[in-house]
Design a protein around this ligand. Structure first.
Ligand code: ZN
Length: 68
């Protein structure tokens, strides 16, 4: 059986973001609500998309909370 794992990767894009209440637990910067889109690619060709929303840090990009 051939393993294709190395051909599959994921890219994460922030579609839009707006300020939100809360602070980052890692660096203490402000948080924002971000609409995220994760694309799973096979041989660099996207074949699966997932949209989700997350509270993330505006400074370091850490995901504080996610709503899948
Ligand atoms: Zn942070």
């Amino acid at each position: 059986m051939v393993c294709f794992c190395f051909l599959v990767d994921q890219t994460r894009q922030v579609q839009r973001r707006k300020p939100a209440a809360g602070t980052c637990s890692r660096c203490g910067a402000g948080a924002c609500v971000a609409d995220m889109k994760t694309a799973t690619r096979f041989c660099y060709v996207p074949f699966y998309w997932k949209s989700w929303r997350a509270i993330m840090c505006t400074f370091c990009g850490a995901v504080i909370r996610s709503y899948h």
